[in-house]
Design a protein around this ligand. Structure first.
Ligand code: FPP
Length: 236
């Protein structure tokens, strides 16, 4: 689908994506699952380019969940490698395009130190960019994010009467991040899988049957066309 098919006044400000189906894409081709993740990188790159063309200001992608540690050690190692390698290879180009890169999730002992370093460097390098914010949810869980926010409030000595929705929001991993307007999941699965639980309270959910490695900017346009056909009422 072409970009011109959309109403330019109703482009969602924040699109969040569950990039699902890498394993099945590889399996269908008789390849190891890791090849699916490698192919997923091209899909991500094209989607970022499409998001820039569309004027989307926040794009969030689910790269590794707190549950993904349960996968075979080789696959976990590969996912660490692919995340580090994408940051290393693409950050200068994204930086030149005005993309601010942020990573949300737990930075705990399980994440290799070199990757943690790469994350900090990339965030620092792109900190002042104002074009689009690309948020990578890495070692991220929606429940963990809420738990961490509540812990931070308790550690700061916040009285129970002061713990309200605004207080929790201020302690999420990125308090500046607006709630997603559109949450998109690929590969025909109709689940949220612990993604942005707090933030998606009023998001439109769109599902695509395309496996993530086959996803391209045209599919993003299709998802936004579906979004534009919806009537958002926010409970009103
Ligand atoms: C889900 O497919 C995908 C992942 C767990 C990893 C997503 C990672 C990438 C697309 C790599 C590049 C991304 C960044 C941000 C560096 P799955 O393995 O669950 O597929 P399946 O459901 O078919 O098994």
């Amino acid at each position: 689908m072409e970009l011109e098919a959309l109403d330019p006044r109703r482009i969602p400000a924040h699109v969040a994506i569950v990039m699902d189906g890498n394993g099945r894409w590889a399996q269908k081709r008789g390849l190891p699952r890791t090849e699916g993740h490698a192919a997923g990188e091209d899909a991500l790159y094209d989607t970022v380019q499409g998001a820039l063309e569309l004027g989307i200001t926040w794009l969030t992608v689910y790269a590794f969940s707190t549950e993904n540690w349960r996968r075979p050690a080789d696959e976990v190692r590969y996912l660490m490698y692919v995340n580090e390698s994408v940051l290393t290879r693409r950050r200068d180009e994204f930086h030149a395009q005005g993309v601010r890169i942020r990573v949300v999730g737990r930075r705990d002992w399980r994440v290799p130190r070199r990757l943690l370093r790469r994350i900090s460097e990339t965030e620092e390098q792109t900190r002042r960019n104002r074009g689009m914010t690309l948020t990578v949810a890495f070692n991220y869980g929606g429940r963990a994010e809420i738990v961490d926010a509540v812990r931070a409030l308790v550690e700061a000595g916040t009285p129970a009467s002061k713990i309200d929705e605004r207080a929790i929001r201020r302690h999420l991993y990125d308090p500046e991040m607006p709630d997603p307007d559109l949450v998109l999941r690929t590969s025909g699965e109709h689940r949220i899988s612990n993604f942005l639980l707090w933030e998606l309270a009023y998001s439109e959910l769109v599902f695509s049957d395309v496996l993530w490695p086959d996803f391209r900017r045209g599919h993003l346009v299709e998802a936004i066309a579906e979004y534009q056909r919806r009537d958002r009422r926010f409970g009103g």
